[in-house]
Design a protein around this ligand. Structure first.
Ligand SMILES: [Zn+2]
Length: 109
């Protein structure tokens, strides 16, 4: 379960930067093509934040679809899963976004 290690590193990074202030909301952007399962991350978040200044914080996960560019027909289209096929049928596509895992913002009090 790689969600545990990535969630732990996100929590560690926020703990380090929030300097002991109480964190109430963490917003993540997890691209649909990142391979991370948001529900698993929510579960791991509770474990990882236990006993830290993030304990009890809400985890808000935005899951933007990916964007790809087809080298065959030149179209830009969105991707909601890892099946990299253009509507024209070509698999010669370049993924432009959707693999990111980003801390979008953090609320502290
Ligand atoms: Zn195409």
């Amino acid at each position: 379960m790689h969600e545990l290690s990535i969630t732990q590193s996100v929590v560690d990074a926020i703990v380090e930067r929030s300097a002991g202030k109480k964190v109430t909301v963490v917003r993540l952007r997890v691209g649909r093509l990142s391979g991370f399962v948001p529900d698993a991350m929510r579960f791991c978040f509770e474990l990882a934040t236990d006993g830290t200044n993030l304990q009890g914080a809400a985890l808000d996960i935005d899951e933007p679809p990916g964007v790809a560019h087809c080298r065959t027909c030149g179209e830009y289209f969105s991707l909601t899963d890892l099946i990299l096929l253009c509507p024209c049928g070509s698999a010669d596509v370049e993924v432009l976004s959707g693999r990111e895992l980003v801390v979008a913002s953090v609320d502290v009090v």
